[in-house]
Ligand binder design. Sequence first.
Ligand code: PEP
Ligand code: MN
Length: 337
Amino acid sequence: MVVVMQKGVSQEQIKKVQAHLEAEGFSVHLSQGVNRTIMGVIGEPGQIDPQMLASLPGVEKVVPIMQPFKLASRDFKHHNTVIPVGDQLIGDGHVCIIAGPCAIEGRENFLQAAQAVKEAGADMLRGGAFKPRTSPYSFQGLGEQGLKIMAEARDLTGLPIVTEVMDQKSISMVAEYVDIIQVGARNMQNYFLLRELGKVDKPILLKRGMAATIEEWLMAAEYILGSGNPQVILCERGIRTFETYTRNTLDLSAVPLLKQLTHLPVLVDPSHGTGKRELVEPMSLAAVACGADGIMVEVHPDPAKAWSDGPQSLVPEDFARLARKVRHLERLSKLEY
Ligand code: PEP
Ligand code: MN
């Protein structure tokens, strides 16, 4: 449930209500805005009488949340969450463009890609140092050496960096180097990993699982939020369907739907979402048109030689055109009608 406090409530009243709930075994998440204080209360329903709670000094009303996700819901937080990353913001209405190779393959190659996406107008740089590959015999990523190359690319370009973490034991190492930690589709329901990421002071980019419903995805976000990290960014990356012409089916209807259900920023990855280079630009534009807060696109200096995901990677020139079109569409989408 959500406890909405009265306007002008004192800190002492807030503390008393919080202490009361915690003594009853609830966990309380405070959201203090300029005008309003709201408490997200997590625990077994029926444990407390909402009418009694509503009568406590300073409480305006008690709103039950029917959805299974609480902290991620719009009932808990009406305003869009805006996440600062370096000197940029994700979720403030600006379309954040994250681009870079699927994997970090080596220093020269990655720095070249980083420079190219920066010149083309990217806001942030992506690259995998730990790669979740279907085959254990495929390239698994450069590990910490890859993270060091990423950090060098950030120094060179000024772009914040995003990379995937695969297990709990690598979290502190990855957090030391990068600005956003990605949870890949294959780990969306790795609840132990999600809980640990809730203790980290870094934004978490949570990709949708390959066969996850929107509700399961929001419940995964809830694990991170509930463990103390409010900086969650959702990323639609396609789901598995019977269709074989595309690698996955990019579910763009998830974007406006999520905008109703949650206050969290929503990005779209049209590269993994389609698996086909020629579909990346149209689906990026569609993502912006339906209200995404950004896109994540794979770009490689020479996709034919890429060690992973070459067929869905754009050459820098094509990415530059895509970025120009996205900016154009972003301006149009801000017009009042
Ligand atoms: C990636 O972005 O590098 C990746 C592996 O994506 P996904 O988890 O969506 O497959
Ligand atoms: Mn990839």
